[in-house]
Design a binder for this molecule. Structure first.
Ligand SMILES: Cc1ncc(COP(=O)(O)O)c(C=O)c1O
Length: 404
C-alpha cells in the first residue's frame, strides 16, 4: 500500500523502524529517555523539569472546574486570546492588528508553518530558505511539492543575510522566501540591514515571505528585533508564525498563532475547520494568562540570559571547539569540525557522555561540522552546568583519542 503514497511523502521516516537523528523524536529517543540519557536536543525550555507558572496553573484549574474546556472554541481561536495577542504585538512592534481579521490561533506553530505555506505552493515552485535554518522549512517546501533552494549563511558574516546569495538563486519559478527569525539553530537575530535588504528583494521580485518568529521573546545584548511584517510594503505579502512554546516554555500546550493581512487570512480561516481544527480550549485559556502575566517572561528572560552566559563560558573553554555566543533564545551552535563530522561527534557524545545533542546537518549543508545544543534544558542552572561539564570532558577525551 505504501507505494500508492504521494511521492512527496513516501520517503518520510518517523523513527518507528530506524533511528531518526534529524529530529531526535523517534522511538529510539523514547528508549534513551527511559534509560536516563540527558536530552540537550529538544528545543523545549526547562525540559524535563516541571515548569508551569503558578498563575497559569491556577487559571487552568479554574477553567477545568468551570467545565467549559470540554468544548471547541471558534476555529480561528478564542476571541480574548486573539485580543491579547493583538495588544502584545502592538506593544512590541507598534503594529495595529484587528483580532477579528489578522490573527489565527494554531495548534502549535509547526502546523501553522506548513499551513501558512500550503495555499501558495505547487509543483515547480521554488522557495528560498537560508541554510542553516529550521529543518521543517526545507521539508515543508517539499511536502507542498515545491523545491527548497538553500541560500547559504556564513559564520564569518555573523550568519546575517547576504542578499547577493538570494539574488544568485532567483529564477522565474521563485515564489516564496521562508526565514526563521531569530534563526534556529544559530540564534542569529537578523539585523536592520539584513531585514531591509531582504524585504526590498522580496518586494522587487513580487515574492511571498513566511517568517517564523517562534524564538522572538528572548533577544539579548539590546539587539533590535525587527518584524518584517512591519516594513513598508511587506504586511500584505508576509505571513508570520508565532508560538508560546519557546519564550514562555509552554511547548506542551500546543498553542501558536499566524498573523497575516485580511485578504490572505480569509483563505486561512476558510480552511481552518477542515485542516487545523480548533486549538485545544484549555491550552488557549492558559495561553491568555501566560501572555498577560508579564512577570513570567521577565523571570524567564533573566534565567535564560544567565544561562546563555554560563553556557557560553563553558563551551568556549573546550579545546578545538568554537562556540558562537547566542544572540537570542535557548540554543547554542558550536563548531566541532576539528574533532570530526557532526555525526561522529554527536554519536561520541551519546555513547560516552550519554548526552543527546543535534547534529548540524539537518539544518542544511552549512551545518556540517557543527552541533546544536539546547542549553536551556533543566530548570536549574546547576543541572545544566553539570551536563555541560560532562559534555566538555567528553569532547576533551575525544580530542585526546584523535591526537589533536
Ligand atoms: C524555529 C521553530 N519554529 C517552530 C517550531 C515549532 O514549535 P511549536 O510547534 O511548539 O510552536 C520550532 C520547534 O522546535 C522551532 O524550532
Amino acid at each position: 500500500m505504501k507505494e500508492k503514497m504521494n511521492n512527496r511523502f513516501i520517503n518520510l521516516q518517523g523513527g518507528l523502524f530506524t533511528k531518526v537523528t534529524k529530529a531526535d523524536v523517534g522511538e529510539n529517543a523514547g528508549h534513551l529517555m527511559q534509560q536516563g540519557y540527558t536530552f540537550m536536543s529538544w528545543a523545549d525550555p526547562f525540559f524535563p523539569d516541571p515548569s508551569i507558572p503558578d498563575s497559569v496553573k491556577k487559571a487552568m484549574i479554574e477553567e477545568i472546574e468551570s467545565g467549559f474546556p470540554a468544548h471547541y472554541t471558534m476555529p480561528m481561536g478564542d476571541r480574548k486570546l486573539r485580543e491579547v495577542i493583538a495588544q502584545r504585538l502592538h506593544k512590541r512592534y507598534q503594529i495595529k492588528l484587528d483580532p477579528s481579521r489578522n490573527i489565527l490561533i494554531t495548534p502549535g506553530s509547526d502546523s501553522g508553518l506548513l499551513y501558512a505555506m500550503m495555499p501558495f505552493l505547487k509543483e515547480g515552485d521554488e522557495v528560498l530558505i537560508p541554510d542553516p535554518s529550521y529543518p521543517s522549512n526545507f521539508l515543508n517546501a517539499k511536502l507542498c511539492g515545491a523545491k527548497d533552494v538553500h541560500v547559504p549563511l556564513y559564520p564569518e558574516n555573523g550568519y546575517q543575510f547576504d542578499i547577493k546569495e538570494f539574488e544568485k538563486r532567483l529564477t522565474p519559478n521563485t515564489k516564496m522566501v521562508v526565514i526563521t527569525h531569530p534563526n534556529n539553530p544559530t540564534g542569529t537575530v537578523f539585523n536592520k540591514k539584513s531585514i531591509e535588504e531582504l524585504c526590498h528583494f522580496i518586494i522587487k521580485n513580487d515574492l511571498i515571505l513566511v517568517c517564523d518568529q517562534a524564538f522572538e521573546d528572548h533577544i539579548y545584548d539590546n539587539r533590535e528585533m525587527i518584524a518584517p511584517m512591519c516594513i513598508e510594503g511587506m504586511f500584505e505579502r508576509t505571513i508570520t508564525t508565532f508560538s508560546i512554546s519557546k519564550g514562555l516554555g509552554l511547548s506542551g500546550f500546543r498553542v501558536g498563532y499566524i498573523v497575516a493581512n485580511d485578504e490572505l487570512m480569509d483563505v486561512y480561516y476558510g480552511g481552518t475547520v477542515n485542516v487545523l481544527g480548533a486549538t485545544n480550549t484549555l491550552a488557549q485559556k492558559a495561553a491568555i494568562v501566560a501572555l498577560e502575566d508579564e512577570s513570567i517572561l521577565k523571570d524567564y528572560h533573566e534565567r535564560l540570559l544567565r544561562r546563555r552566559d554560563l553556557v557560553y563560558d563553558i563551551l568556549s573553554s573546550i579545546p578545538h571547539v568554537k562556540a558562537i555566543k547566542p544572540e537570542s533564545g535557548i540554543l547554542s551552535w558550536i563548531d566541532v569540525s576539528k574533532l570530526g563530522t557532526s555525526a561522529e561527534v554527536a554519536s561520541y557524545l551519546l555513547d560516552h557522555a550519554h548526552i543527546s545533542v543535534n547534529e548540524g546537518t539537518p539544518y542544511g549543508e552549512q551545518g556540517e561540522g557543527y552541533l546544536r545544543i539546547v542549553h536551556a534544558c533543566f530548570l536549574n542552572d546547576d543541572d545544566a552546568v553539570e551536563a555541560l561539564q560532562r559534555l566538555k570532558d567528553c569532547l576533551i577525551q575525544l580530542g585526546k583519542e584523535k591526537n589533536i
